[in-house]
Write a protein that binds this ligand. Sequence first.
Ligand SMILES: [Zn+2]
Length: 251
Amino acid sequence: MKIIFHPRFNEVYTNDPAAAPGRMEAMVTALERDFEFVEPNPASDRDLERVHGRQHIQSVKEEPLVYEIGRLAAGGAILAAELAFEGQPAFALIRPPGHHASPHSCWGFCYFNNIAIAVKKLMSEEKIKGAFILDFDLHFGDGTSNTFSGSPSVYYFHPEGNRREGFLGEVKRCFQAQKACDIIAISAGFDRHEEDWGGLLKTEDYRSIGRWAKEFSLDHCRGRRFGVLEGGYNHSVLGRNVRSFLDGFGG
Ligand SMILES: [Zn+2]
């Protein structure tokens, strides 16, 4: 299980909770002793253009630091997807997050849709025909959903149960109902934790979700699976929540 990370993700590129100082460091501290870290290259404009319009990319470029870190994050998701395609599960520990970035607009601390850019890259290279994207962040990934709204081969699912058992049941059932696919991609947001904004899930629940995703991938897509970080804002629990997910997802 490889972690895709770049020290530049520690940079405070803007003033929002995803870019807050200390957020990445909290996760790195929880992971660095037990996982191999790999540095990504920035995504090219061509990579970004598979999802985003030129005008949107241009508007992000007007904030040079956001653009630089943003394309490095997209490059991180691409590298995670490429490793997963080759049979090595990977997790992109990146920011800014991406699931609220649509082809021509963005909001919610997102600029470029990292997971969509990664999936589209593998599709454009004809490595995969489709994907199953599970997004367990507290918030619906409107950007990802918009990006793939006309693509029947990419299935996006965001469970929304507002009780713990109900939510976990929804996640479990979505794996049982899902047919074979070429790769599974997880938008991993940790803001639904009981000590984060959503106030719902326990740390061990992320391990269960990770394990179900792993089992699904072994049964249906040759173990091809990768995750990318989305939300999660309580620095005091974020490290152990990511750790818990990876214990199930990699294991
Ligand atoms: Zn969120």
